[in-house]
Each structure stands twice: as C-alpha cells, then as structure tokens.
Design a protein around this ligand. Sequence first.
Ligand code: AMP
Length: 191
Amino acid sequence: MFIIMFGPPGAGKGTQARRLGRHLGVPHLSTGEMLRAAKLQGTPEGILAAQYMDEGQLAPDQLVVDIVATRMQQPDCAAGALFDGFPRTLEQARLLDEQLQHEGLQIRLVIELRVNFDELEHRMLHRAKREGRADDTPATIRRRMEVFRLQTAPLLDFYRTRGVLESVDGMGSPDDVFQRLVETVERCRQG
Ligand code: AMP
C-alpha cells in the first residue's frame, strides 16, 4: 500500500511516519532525510540540495524525484511505501503518479496531519533546540511555512479530488495521534 503523510513543517510527520511504517511493515521514505544524508556524504545532489534546504526553500523537483525513484527500485518498496515530506509540489505529485502507473501502482491514501499554527511554531522551536537542524532557525522556519502554504498546500485539493485524502487530528499526545493514524489506515484497507 502506497501512502503519503502530508502536513506542514512541525506537524509531527517524521516521528509518526517512522512509527507507522514500522507498524505496517513498509519502508518509511523521507525525502528530507535522504537529502540530509546526501548532503552529509557530499554527493553532487546533496551539495546542490543543501543550497535550497539551508534557505528553507524546496530542492529542485527533478532532483528529489530522481532520488525517490532510485530508492523505490529497492525490493523492499515492491509492496508499498510510506512517503514523508514527498511530494511537495504538484509537479512532484504528477511525476510520482507517472512512476507508479508505470508499475501498475497508485497512491491509496494521503493522510493530512492537522495541527494549529501556535502548536506548529512551538514544536518547530523545540525541535530546533533538540536536534540543531541547520534549517530550524526562526527565519527559515517562517520561510518553510510560507513555502508550504504556497507550493505544497495546493496538493490537498489534487488528492481530495481523487477521493484518497483523509484528515487526521495531529494535536495531543504522540500515542493518541498514532492511534488515530492506525485507525485511518485500517479503515482505508477495509474500504
Ligand atoms: P523535511 O525533513 O521533510 O522537513 O525536509 C527538509 C528540507 O529538505 C525541506 O525544507 C526542503 O528544503 C528539502 N526537501 C525535503 N523534501 C523535499 C521535497 N519533496 N521537495 C523539495 N525539497 C524537499
């Protein structure tokens, strides 16, 4: 089952997607993690992506889609994957569709994690202290929120129109949110 975890920066996508991937037995594919790893390794893709990431902007679509396509050729992705932070633009969504269709596959579920703005800001600043990510400064956090609103949020309509979008309340304890996510996936599996 191919699932997309969707939500603004700070919504808890990463933590929840990792756990949900383990629960479902499908790989958790975080493009943010892949790009950070490429940056650390100093690959040409990583060096290019870092210029965008450190500014809170999106890395180029083709670069991200190519990294995902390479990862999806691994045998562990044959039965499904949980995408985290991907797709982030309509062009990425379109290219992902093409790639899946090529294999006779499709996105079955897009989960939108909903968290109010004050809580998002609080979580992002907390994470900045804990993890010391280069792109978690107040200025880049604001830019990433804006990038989400302008470039990524339009994907909601794209997937809603297809009838694969489910919204999940991302407020409350991580365990409560996880429980809601599991219920949502189970409903989709049965439906
Ligand atoms: P994340 O860990 O998902 O918050 O991603 C961190 C940063 O990596 C983002 O702010 C972008 O600069 C870059 N990034 C991650 N995923 C994508 C994507 N799907 N498209 C473009 N840039 C991405």
